[in-house]
Design a protein around this ligand. Structure first.
Ligand code: ATP
Ligand code: MG
Length: 570
């Protein structure tokens, strides 16, 4: 590929809207361009990097025995009604009607479509297992698209689905995919961790996420310092403390004029936040629910959502709280509250705590569950933190930020039962197929790789994901001997199967070097003055900046070696 004929529109200025390194650098290096919120064009180099990810995914899927197909992006609403997800999926599902007034949606995921296919095509246990995948553009109307390719509305996903005769066989399919995912992310050269995860709107009983460790990650992981436990903090179980057995003291109402915030109330009443219980009020679907957590804790909304079986939970503002409870925020408490009450299990173990009195300017001391109020449910509802013990072994936990690049789910028979995807078993009985589903954020991986591999001058692609392996700088396009060598190296490398970009532009050496660093191509060859003087060309690794000087005839072999080393390192 010749730079002079390529569309690689690098930018000198950092685009203002880009908050994270990958977004900034992918824009600056001319890999992507924004069309509208969360929707991007992949320019030639961006697309080439995406194709590299796809190539690795396809190889590993084939190795694991999965077959590729391609399903439609437009899906009929009827299928989604069968599983009940047309309502349940919420506003991320982009819905529309066609000219015949048929309701449709753009596929955010394909459980319904694949289950519909398989229920028509697979009849017998002899046709199972099957594992099918596609690589396709997905659409999710994300509430906050951001960080470029990291959280788009339109993005490229690999999604795969397995169908088995029973749980044991489905467990085997899951394990195969789990192993394939580990190979994929290792081959991509990513520093990642598999973690236990929440199943979200996809549903199912069991799931793991694959997280690329990066400070800009939107997920928080807890990792045990001792055992293998690692989980998304949304999911991480908090160990309940033993019940406090001290005697219940008399309930006392205390005037707390204007004292609403936890710390202010604590200072005023001379207690610690650990002795106070907050009452947080949420809208959960149609109902309003109050949640009790200790004063120094946070509600984990995913846990709350799962407990209530709600599509979304949203914390109410002051007005919402007042409308629902008749009490101003700051004075809420469980005693006599008018809405459904759920309690974090830490609170259930406490005795004689402070809460609001459900009356402006008043709090209660010595509140006790069972005596003063009852709960609809007691459950693990709070956000874990680094002071909590590992739920498996009790050792210390470390918290890290991560970017979710893959997710594997054991779905069980939820979809197959809802959609009647049955097969005839060897005993002649019809049984629902047992399913699994497996997603990889193909375009997000490109962004995640850049988050992990960049410096102040630009991106540093790991060899397996690099859109091109070598950039060859001709620093003397008006000098015949330099140009002859550069051109002949270009042809030689191409003949040897090396992916090479020849920078044959009429630009100053300084800007060629700058662009080469920005693009992040792993190997750079420079043909310039050193060739005229000493007959050598320079070979430099983008990662680490190591330089070698070689005769032009040594370059080909050396490059081929470095490329195969770089592919293996991934
Ligand atoms: P997230 O929690 O980040 O929204 P998700 O749990 O909704 O992800 P899945 O439904 O498991 O995602 O989708 C499979 C994979 O697709 C994810 O692991 C992620 O890598 C990728 N992905 C999901 N949403 C987006 C998005 N908006 N932009 C880019 N990639 C995405
Ligand atoms: Mg999502």
């Amino acid at each position: 590929m010749r730079y002079s004929q390529s569309l690689i529109p690098t930018l000198k200025e950092t685009p203002a809207e880009a908050e994270v390194a990958s977004h900034r650098l992918l824009l600056r290096a001319g890999y992507i361009r924004k069309l509208t919120a969360g929707i991007y064009t992949y320019l030639p180099l961006g697309l080439a990097a995406v194709r590299k990810v796809e190539g690795i995914v396809r190889e590993e899927m084939a190795r694991a025995g999965a077959q590729e197909l391609l399903m439609p992006m437009v899906q009929p609403a009827d299928l989604w009604h069968e599983t009940g997800r047309y309502e349940k999926y919420g506003p991320e599902l982009l819905r529309f009607v066609d000219r015949h007034d048929r309701e449709s949606c753009l596929g955010p995921t394909h459980e319904e479509v694949i289950t519909d296919l398989v229920r028509r095509e697979i009849r017998s246990y002899r046709d199972l297992p099957r594992n099918l995948f596609q690589i396709q553009t997905k659409f999710r109307d994300e509430i906050r698209p951001r960080f470029g390719l990291m959280r788009g509305r339109e993005f490229i996903m690999k999604d795969g689905y397995s169908f088995d005769v029973d749980d044991v066989a489905a467990g085997e399919s899951y394990r195969k995919m789990y192993d394939a995912y580990k190979r994929i992310f290792s081959r991509c050269g990513l520093d990642y961790r598999p973690v236990e995860a929440d199943s979200g709107t996809i549903g199912g009983s069991f799931s793991h996420e694959f997280m690329v460790l990066a400070d800009t990650g939107e997920d928080t992981l807890v990792i045990c310092s001792n055992c293998d436990y690692a989980a998304n903090s949304e999911k991480a179980a908090v160990t309940a403390p033993p019940a406090d057995e001290s005697p219940m003291l008399e309930l006392v109402k205390v005037e707390t004029p204007g004292k609403r915030k936890v710390q202010v109330v604590c200072d005023f009443m001379d207690i610690e936040p650990q002795q106070l219980v907050k009452t947080m009020v949420y809208q959960a679907g149609e109902e309003v629910v109050a949640v009790l957590v200790r004063g120094d804790r946070e509600v984990q909304e995913v846990k709350l959502k799962n407990l209530l079986g709600a599509v979304e939970v949203t914390i109410l503002d002051d007005k919402g709280v007042f409308d629902a409870t008749g009490v101003p925020t700051g004075y809420l408490g469980p005693v006599g509250i008018k809405v459904k009450l759920v309690v974090d299990n830490e609170v259930a173990a406490m005795r004689n705590f402070v809460t609001g009195a459900n009356e402006k300017n008043y709090h209660f001391r010595n509140v006790n569950m069972g005596r003063d109020f009852d709960a609809f449910a007691v459950a693990d509802l709070r956000q874990i933190n680094s002071e909590d013990p590992c739920p498996e072994c009790g050792s210390d936990l470390v918290m890290k930020e991560g970017i979710e690049v893959g997710h594997v789910f054991k779905l069980g028979t939820g979809y197959s039962k809802a959609m009647n995807a049955v097969f005839q078993d060897s005993d002649g009985q019809d049984k629902p197929m047992v399913m699994g589903c497996y997603g990889i954020g193909v375009s997000r991986i490109v962004a995640a790789a850049v988050e992990q591999n960049h410096d102040e001058n630009g991106m540093i692609f790991p060899m397996p994901l690099a859109p091109l392996q070598v950039i060859l700088l001709n620093l003397g396009i008006h000098d015949e001997s330099i140009t002859t060598v550069a051109e002949s190296l270009y042809h030689e490398l191409q003949e040897r199967g090396v992916e090479v970009l020849l920078d044959d532009r009429d630009e100053r050496p300084g800007s060629k070097f700058k662009d080469a660093d920005l693009l992040g191509i792993p190997l750079r060859i420079t043909v310039g003055k050193r060739f005229t003087k000493d007959g050598v060309v320079e070979l430099r690794k983008r990662a680490g900046g190591e330089v070698e000087e070689l005769k032009p005839e040594q370059i080909g072999d050396r490059i081929v070696t470095l490329i195969s080393d770089g592919m293996l390192a991934g």
